[in-house]
Design a protein around this ligand. Structure first.
Ligand SMILES: [Zn+2]
Length: 236
C-alpha cells in the first residue's frame, strides 16, 4: 500500500470537512439574511433615486441652455424692433418676438417642473438616508451576532487548514498538484477506494494487472475515471 496515497486519502477527508465548515461559515442565518435583504433593498433604492436626480439635473441643464439661447434671440429681435422702417417690418419683428416669448415661457415652465421633480426625488432619498440609521444599527447587530456565533466553527476550520497544510508538506510536489487538479475537476473526489476489485468512483472493474500494481504500492489511476485509486490495508 502506497503511503503517499494514504496521505492523499487523509488529505481528502480533511479537505471535505473543511469545505463543509467553510460552507457553514458563509451561509447567512435567516436572522441576518432578513435584515440584510432589507439593507440591500434600501441601498438599491437609494442608488435608483440618486440616478433619477442625476438624470433630471442633466435634463435641467439642457433646457437651461436652450432657454438662454432663446433669451438671446428675444433680445436680438427686440433690437431689430428699434430699427424697423415700416409697418410690415414692425409686424414681422413682433411676430418673431411673440414666438420666442412663448418659447421662453415654455422652457421656463419646463425648468421649474424639472426642479420640482428633482426636489421630490431628493427628498425621498434624504428621508431614506435618515431612516437608514436605524437599519444600519440593526444590520450591524445582526451581523455581529452571526459572526460571534461562528467562533467554534472558525476554530475548527483553522485546525483543519493546519492539518491539510501539514499533510501537504509530506507529499511529493507532482502528486500534490495532480491531487488538487483532480480534486477540483471531480468535485472533491480525487482519491477513491477500490472495493471488490472495482473503482468506487465510477464502478468500473479494475483490471488484474492494475490491481497488481496497486498491491505493489504504485500510484495508480482508474483507467475509466482517472481518479487516484486507494487500496485499503487489508484488515487483519
Ligand atoms: Zn474509476
Amino acid at each position: 500500500v502506497n503511503q503517499q496515497v494514504e496521505r492523499l486519502w487523509e488529505l481528502q477527508q480533511v479537505m471535505t470537512e473543511l469545505g463543509d465548515r467553510e460552507k457553514r461559515l458563509s451561509t447567512k442565518p435567516e436572522s441576518f439574511a432578513e435584515v440584510d435583504r432589507e439593507y440591500q433593498a434600501s441601498a438599491a433604492e437609494k442608488t435608483k433615486l440618486t440616478q433619477q436626480v442625476e438624470q433630471l439635473a442633466k435634463e435641467r441643464r439642457r433646457v437651461e441652455g436652450e432657454l438662454s439661447d432663446q433669451q438671446e434671440l428675444q433680445k436680438k429681435y427686440q433690437g431689430q424692433l428699434m430699427q424697423v422702417k415700416n409697418q410690415q417690418q414692425y409686424a414681422a419683428a413682433w411676430k418673431e418676438i411673440d414666438a420666442t416669448r412663448k418659447h421662453v415661457k415654455d422652457l421656463e415652465e419646463s425648468v421649474l417642473k424639472t426642479m420640482t421633480e428633482i426636489d421630490g426625488f431628493q427628498q425621498q432619498h434624504d428621508a431614506r438616508v435618515s431612516s437608514d440609521g436605524d437599519l444600519q444599527t440593526r444590520w450591524n447587530a445582526a451581523h455581529k451576532a452571526w459572526q460571534s456565533s461562528l467562533g467554534d466553527l472558525k476554530k475548527e476550520a483553522a485546525k483543519l487548514r493546519t492539518r491539510a497544510a501539514d499533510i501537504e508538506k509530506t507529499l511529493a510536489e507532482p502528486l500534490r498538484r495532480e491531487f488538487h487538479r483532480i480534486f477540483t475537476m471531480r468535485q472533491g473526489q480525487a482519491v477513491v477506494k477500490v472495493e471488490n476489485d472495482s473503482c468506487t468512483g465510477c464502478r468500473n472493474r479494475v483490471r488484474p494487472q492494475v490491481a497488481q500494481q496497486l498491491k505493489r504500492g504504485d500510484v495508480v489511476k482508474c483507467e475509466a475515471c482517472s481518479r487516484i485509486l486507494y487500496l485499503e490495508k487489508p484488515s487483519s
